[in-house]
Ligand binder design. Structure first.
Ligand SMILES: O=P(O)(O)OP(=O)(O)OP(=O)(O)OC[C@H]1O[C@@H](n2cnc3c(O)ncnc32)[C@H](O)[C@@H]1O
Ligand SMILES: [Mg+2]
Length: 204
């Protein structure tokens, strides 16, 4: 088994993440700087939905622990991904705990949490972790997109997309942007681009 498999096992229970990851990798392959298509490796992503414990800590600590646990369970190389939403006014919280907060207070509640603060600034953070297999230290690839928290606009198909307005989104929330536009500037795109480049380097 190589450390840079052509097929990557993505351990996630989130179908929207998987969809975006596949779309981003596909478009990266099509728009590769490499002019020789035969020399342009493309990765396919398989997924496995495992209930991996998520520890408390920084985004990096949470991501590493999750990937380590996933690699032990699958018994081989894998990637995992953690998404955080850090509010400037709250010193970076909810951060990696955004899933619990979203479930507990909803999209309106995320806005209300910031009612008493002048700053609505927030950073979307995606942290991919890659483990070469059980017992190895996962590598971290982080992507960030800056923006602000706004009252919900657009379809509520994916998490907090309706309340996050990225600075580069021409005034639209993630939910109002089409998939292609989101994937050009998203926290996930930026992190995955780093992971993709690392995996391609390993193949040479
Ligand atoms: O199995 P995993 O990969 O852990 O999937 P998850 O849904 O549990 O995901 P996280 O633990 O990373 O929690 C992140 C939360 O943020 C949401 N989320 C992740 N990426 C998002 C994005 O690009 N836009 C909006 N919401 C997002 C997601 O639905 C969760 O509620
Ligand atoms: Mg999770």
């Amino acid at each position: 088994m190589t450390t840079s498999p052509r097929t990557i096992l993505f351990v996630t229970g989130n179908a929207n993440k998987l969809k975006e990851v596949r779309a981003i990798l596909l478009s990266s392959t099509q728009h590769s700087e490499n002019p020789n298509p035969a020399a342009t490796p493309s990765f396919s992503v398989e997924s496995q939905d495992l209930d991996v414990p998520e520890v408390q800590g920084t985004t990096e600590e949470v991501a590493k622990a999750k990937c380590k646990a996933a690699a032990e369970i699958v018994g081989g190389p894998c990637i995992t991904e953690d998404t955080a939403l850090a509010f400037e006014a709250l010193g970076g919280l909810p951060g990696p705990y955004i899933k619990c907060f979203l479930k507990a207070v909803g999209l309106e509640g995320l806005n209300n949490m910031l009612a008493g603060f002048p700053s609505k600034r927030a950073t979307a953070i995606c942290t991919f972790a890659y483990s070469a297999g059980p017992g190895t230290e996962p590598l971290i690839f982080e992507g960030r997109t800056e923006g602000k928290i706004v009252p919900a606009r657009g379809p509520a198909h994916f998490g907090w997309d309706p309340v996050f307005e990225p600075d580069e989104g021409e005034g639209k929330t993630y939910a109002e942007m089409d998939g292609v536009a989101k994937n050009k500037i998203s926290h996930r795109y930026r992190a995955l681009d780093k992971l993709r480049k690392y995996l391609l380097e390993q193949k040479q």
